[in-house]
Design a protein around this ligand. Structure first.
Ligand SMILES: Nc1ncnc2c1ncn2[C@@H]1O[C@H](COP(=O)(O)OP(=O)(O)OP(=O)(O)O)[C@@H](O)[C@H]1O
Length: 643
């Protein structure tokens, strides 16, 4: 079966729970619905009782046929059978109603938990796991689990029906009933022997579905790149291969599971034959036709749940493995670990420009915050965030294969604008990602105003960080919705004010509907420059103490560029800013430029100093930044004019 399973690895966070742990966990989801579960149990009992009563009443009718029966008696029996059938239906209906509510609630809760866990995971989780596979777990796995719950209830109802009939039959003929019971272990043994096979084929089917989902999702997200490289056939080929693998795995599952039914049918046929033969011999002359009818009827009822345990078992395993996968996703150990939840307050009210050198308002930015001792029941007051960031001998790697920052130390003073430059892969973005706590570092410490960022309340801490990534992501909705994302409670006037704080709001005029313009999926209806402007306005709305900008490498038209630059000046004025710089404008205006190579600081200073030094920065400037300068552009124009 090897080729069928190629590429169907489990996820690194997958784990095998013991049956007991798994069951305890499942039961915990049903605990809040104890009352309804009791009601369901009562309805199942009622339904099974009525189910058993049906054949008993008919058997009585058969018995009565031996004697002289009146029309009235027969009518009463017919009425009895109808009542029994109707009551069974009512019990069943009420049970279905309650169980639908309970399972829907459980799935609701399970989805909430799994989605909540998913969005809380740090970025390393998303690096390792394709989003399509995560989607599979959140949607189809939770649904499969719900289906198995319904199946279990049906099964319980069936089993109860058999138990009731057996108890009744024991009163009719004990030895024949015991013969029936003696056959049950054989049927169950055959059913259980399929357990492992069924679970494996089912799990493989689920994995292949997740792989197909992941690939479709990736292909659609990257369709623009794929089209521009004319890679549609390659995408199709990968899909085709995955789809065919899905077909093979699905077929194997179908064949394996359907093989169980004929085998079980054979076993039940044999069982009935034995019951007829042995039972017939043993009870010759002692059983009435009515009793014989009831026994044979019960053999049918008896075999059905016992044999369907086989198929049920595979589906049950199916549901259990779905639950296992969902719980594994919920329980995945976070890599970013907060060691405390010390409060983090907003930045002190802006008191005009702090100027170059970045001495922030109020006190020494290097002074660590030492809170006054709290009285019992007093919640600690959140100290204002001045924005002094210190890296102390930080060691960081994404994976075991490469150390990105071997021993990184850097002080960014409160209010300072620091530009990080360096060749690609030098570790610039990683520094920003560590400040935002997207990834966990392995050694050293990072301090905010003298406090270890691992001890801070993560939500409050991130509230103080405004991030603009290289390709700003906009959510579906209007420009105003996206700006309001920075502070959901903001009024329309505040949103407008945030938009106007960027380049006087001139950029809004280029949008067809102004603030109401629909941004399209991922902001696709706006130009790259407009997306950056919206992202900047979003940060203004958030009003963070620390601003991190991973500058876009894509150039925008000069007019938008100047609007972006004005916006940046506005944002950087009163806050600590870290810019992964790709624009000459930002390096020139930075209080300090840090030049990185292989995770080490090799130069630092202001633009002119570094340029005069003729080192790595000068080299970077000449190969990368210089062509953006006005002098360069003018010289090129002059050269082309004079040719
Ligand atoms: N999510 C990740 N998982 C594993 N390795 C990563 C990840 N992100 C970055 N790296 C690696 O870490 C190193 C530093 O990457 P980083 O993105 O910090 O560089 P950078 O200086 O910002 O480069 P660029 O200017 O190209 O954005 C690179 O070798 C990169 O391959």
């Amino acid at each position: 079966m090897g080729f069928i399973l190629d590429g169907l690895e489990t996820e690194s966070y997958d784990r095998q729970y013991s049956d007991r742990d798994l069951l305890d966990r499942i039961v915990s989801y049903f605990r809040p619905y104890r009352g309804r579960m009791v009601m369901i149990a009562a309805m199942i009992t009622g339904n099974s009782l009525m189910g058993a009563l049906g054949p008993i009443v008919i058997a009585r009718a058969v018995g009565l046929l031996e004697t002289n029966t009146t029309v009235v008696t027969m009518a009463l029996i017919a009425l009895g059978v109808s009542l029994v059938g109707a009551s069974a239906w009512v019990f069943n209906y009420i049970r279905q109603m309650f169980s639908a509510r309970v399972t829907s609630n459980v799935v609701l809760q399970l989805r909430e938990d799994v989605f909540n866990a998913t969005v809380r995971h740090d970025m390393s989780f998303y690096d390792e796991h394709p989003s399509g596979k995560i989607v599979s777990r959140v949607t189809s796995d939770t649904q499969d689990f719900a289906e198995v719950v319904n199946l279990t209830l049906n099964m319980l109802s069936q089993l109860l029906l058999v138990v009731i009939l057996i108890v009744y039959l024991l009163t009719v003929n004990a030895s024949l009933t015991l013969l029936l019971i003696a056959m049950a272990p054989f049927a169950a043994a055959i059913a259980l022997s399929f357990r492992r096979v069924a679970r494996r084929v089912t799990q493989n089917a689920r994995r292949v579905t997740a792989t197909i989902n992941a690939q479709i999702q990736e292909s659609i997200s990257g369709i623009l790149v794929a089209k521009s490289f004319r890679q549609e056939p390659a995408i199709y080929a990968t899909f085709d291969a995955n789809n065919k693998q899905g077909y093979r795995v699905g077929l194997t599952r179908g064949l394996t599971l359907s093989g169980i039914f004929p085998l079980m049918g054979l076993a039940s046929g044999l069982g009935t034959a034995i019951a007829v033969f042995v039972g017939g011999l043993a009870t010759r002359g002692t059983l009435s036709p009515a009793e014989w009818y009831l026994f044979m009827q019960t053999v049918g009822f008896f075999w059905f749940p016992v044999t369907s345990i086989a198929s049920f078992w595979s589906q049950f395993q199916d549901g259990l493995s779905a639950a296992e996968r969902v719980f594994a996703l919920i329980d995945r150990e976070p890599r970013v670990m907060q060691l405390g939840n010390e409060p983090v307050g907003p930045r002190p009210q802006a008191q005009g420009s702090r100027g170059a050198g970045g001495q922030g308002s109020g006190g020494s930015p290097l002074l660590p915050f030492s809170p006054a001792p709290l009285r019992p029941n007093e919640t600690p007051a959140a100290p204002p965030t001045r924005g002094h960031i210190a890296f102390r001998h930080v060691r960081f790697s994404y994976t075991d294969r490469e150390v990105v920052l071997p021993d990184f130390s850097l002080d960014i003073r409160a209010g300072e604008t620091v530009a990080l430059v360096g060749h690609t892969g030098a570790g610039k973005s990683s520094i920003g990602k560590l400040i935002t706590r997207f990834y966990e570092f392995q050694g050293g410490e990072i301090l905010l105003d003298g406090r270890d960022i691992r001890r801070l309340d993560l939500g409050q801490y991130r509230r103080q960080i405004g991030l603009v990534p290289q390709e700003p992501f906009l959510f579906a909705g209007s420009v105003a919705d996206n700006i309001r994302y920075g502070r959901p409670e903001a009024s329309d006037d505040e949103v407008l004010a945030a938009a106007r704080s960027i380049s006087g709001g001139e950029w809004l005029a280029s949008l067809p509907g102004g603030l109401a313009t629909d941004v399209g999926e991922r902001g696709g209806s706006l130009s790259m420059g407009q997306r950056q402007l919206v992202a900047l306005a979003r940060v203004v709305m958030k009003d963070p103490a620390i601003f991190i900008l991973d500058e876009a490498t894509a150039s925008v038209d000069p007019f938008t560029e100047s609007q972006i630059q004005e916006g940046l000046q506005e944002i950087m004025r009163d806050r600590t800013s870290l810019v992964i710089a790709h624009r000459l404008f930002t390096v020139r205006h930075a209080d300090r430029i840090i030049v990185l190579r292989d995770g080490h600081i090799i130069e630092e200073g202001k633009h002119e100093e570094l340029l005069a030094g003729g080192g790595h920065y000068a080299e970077l400037y000449n190969t990368y930044f210089r062509h953006q300068s006005l002098e360069y552009v003018e010289q090129r124009v002059w050269e082309s004019d004079s040719q």
